[in-house]
Design a protein around this ligand. Sequence first.
Ligand SMILES: Cc1cc2nc3c(=O)[nH]c(=O)nc-3n(C[C@H](O)[C@H](O)[C@H](O)COP(=O)(O)OP(=O)(O)OC[C@H]3O[C@@H](n4cnc5c(N)ncnc54)[C@H](O)[C@@H]3O)c2cc1C
Length: 820
Amino acid sequence: MGEFHPKFRVLIAGAGIAGLATAIALARISDIPHLDIQLYEQAPELTEIGASIALSPNGMRTLEKLGVHNALTDEVGYRGPSGIPQIFRRTLADYTPSHWKTNQVVSVDTHVNVPDPRHHTTRFHRGHLHAALLEHVPRESIHLGKKLARAVASDDEVVLHFEDGTEAHGDLLIGADGIKSKTRQSFFPGYKLRFSGKVFARSTFDASLIEGKVPGLGANSLHWWGPKDNFFASRLGKGQFTTVGAYEDGRSLEELEKEVAWDQLGNVQLLREKYKDWNPTVKALTELTPYSRLYPNYAGDALPTWVPSPRVTLVGDAAHTHGGAFTAGGSLALDDSFALALALKYVFSVEKPPVITSVSIKRALELYDQTRRPHTTKLLTIVHGQINGKPPVSSSPEEEDSALIARMRNRPDTVWLSEHDVAKTFQQISDLVPTLNARVFRNEGCPYNHITMQNAIFLKPIDGKPGKPGQVYYPIIRKTISQPTVQDSELLIKLTAAALNHRDLFLRQHLYPGLSFDTPLLADGVGTVVELGPGVKDQSWKGKRVILNPGTGWKDDPDGPEDPTGYKIMGGTKFDARGTLQEYVVVDESEVEEAPTHLSDAEAAALPLTGLTAWRALITNTGDRNSSKNAAVLITGIGGGVALMALQYAVERGVSVYVTSSSQEKIDKALELGAKNGVNYKEDDWEKKLLSQLPPGKSAFDAIVDGAGGNIIEKGVKLLKAGGVIAVYGMTVAPKMNFVAQAFLKNITVRGSTMGSRKEFKDMVEFVKSHQIHPVVSRVLRTNLDDITGIDALFDDMKTGKQFGKLVIEFGEGGAESKL
Ligand SMILES: Cc1cc2nc3c(=O)[nH]c(=O)nc-3n(C[C@H](O)[C@H](O)[C@H](O)COP(=O)(O)OP(=O)(O)OC[C@H]3O[C@@H](n4cnc5c(N)ncnc54)[C@H](O)[C@@H]3O)c2cc1C
């Protein structure tokens, strides 16, 4: 666990309400010495964006505790008059839902225990609240135009990668980047938002526009409910007024995402049209509303943790995607920031001077998580109940009316939300901490902690920068990342072994396209299914040992991948966020095959990529005729994974197989596996020697399976029959080859051959099963992914070409080279 820099570097993604409040709370409450807080905001400038926002008593009290007194004034925010004279009584609220047609008052919200009128529900223009917070944050700590693309965390630091190509490094990352948080997306890549069906059309404007022109409009905030749609109107601070139409939008989430940007200017005429049959107050308000801005309403599930990595947490809408329900978002964000600062203060004040390490910061974040997450999960449960609940079907207008009134009267009581005491909840949780501390320090985990983390191995840039292709050899690094969660038809697989391929070596040398430092390495893996997504069709997957199809985007087309975006192979690239050098991986149920029972974990992990490549090269690309009984096939460079698999398939299919290598030892091993003979390609006229070894009646080879390139076509014309095929699955010698005239005169086909389709993968596994083939494994390292030196040594085997067969990592307690 690394110690921190002299400064404790806090990165906050997003400078909205939550981001600013967190910066203030940390600076004023946490008591952390040498605090260096930097905020990164996508907006190019800080203007008064948004429309109206409400803070309920909990938010107003927190503003006060944060010292943001300028936001508590009557000038900046608006409180309805009804509450003020009755300070010491149970008060009627400022928020009066009215019947949608008759304007009849049906229900009211109340303050239960809010003695100080400054804490009564207050309505602001969001820009004014934002500006009030901004006064407390040093301007130079806010970096504008910094749109976060992704965030990465390791044991030692957190890194923000921005769309402009720059980065920020820190010790703690707080994601305050709103409902569509990229911080959240970086650590919960499968997380999805759902469209609630409603779009909010918001407008704020000078109250003089409506003064004296709207019948029935008092000083209180009014909320009209219709059977489906709602309408809200209120005065705001600084002489502003707001109207909000919340109506059902027929479009799907996909259509909306394409067509409506958050905060986009809407068509006010449409708003007027929607509410033209409502009561005269609403009608007049829509007619006077000068413009509207659109906010499609999204919500998402409660997160399983707010500490996806020991140095990362979330606040505000990034943490709880409740879609603005009960106008709670602003207040929740303020309470989050306060609780986070309390948690940091609590943990770091235990020791003087504070010792800030990864362990202590994780403990603080867990305390914060425990204080806040259950509270917001309760809210999200209500929100999802409302989104999923079907509106009652009414047979007559009268029935519809009474159903509506009943719904309004039975609204959930939200005083637990609007008057929540975050400090008290923190106290209750922290009272339990002494017991927790001992356990955490003994590394037994926290009983309140549902975080599931995992180890994964990544490439590490040198000095934070990519190196020169071919000249660099990237080190590898272990990171602790969150365990993925299953969605839809996905399986959660606990990996038991993973294997290396040449592509992984090329990645370390920056010679492979799409390299990513944020994707775990390796494409070959085997593991056990431990959890099923809700949409998994075959429930029997649970508990099964499976091997993973290493690539996606290619179903069954014999010519190549159908997916226009191409074939995406797992491990170390930006094309697929998964790799197999991690403890858990999520894979769609259609992309796995049950591991053949005759294979050990190491052998099963050795199979996918080379097994598939060899299958396509030998079976699909040399053709059935050239790879069946009585055919003679040359497999060059024996010792590599693909060549060995091709050798085994060919032998099982009754082919006479011949091999080349520069090592007699490898040739001898190939003979043990069933090759008829082999030659050292470093010797002169090796092709003549090979031809002389062919069985009686055969004067030439039917096919060559080659992974080197070089002069294989020149050699091939001498070795092959007329119409013979060279299947080239790699070109390790050089990226170019000469096509010679003799080759076309002899009707030689040269076929490029890659990995294969999902269908070929299935056929290959079936063949391995039915012929009981054991992939050849050169060496197995057993580690729980903390043995970087051991993993490096496996790569060294590949670099020096020492291996005969596959290099495998078996997951488990380290220290032993496991037996095959
Ligand atoms: C433009 C805008 C208008 C809004 N209008 C209203 C409103 O009228 N009424 C209402 O009740 N609520 C509104 N909200 C939402 C409300 O502010 C939040 O629900 C609540 O205050 C919680 O605040 P938050 O800081 O978590 O989220 P937000 O207030 O949404 O703040 C998130 C911040 O992160 C920034 N951000 C987002 N993505 C990135 C990224 N990739 N990189 C860097 N920065 C990023 C955003 O620009 C924003 O400043 C609005 C939010 C925004 C962003």
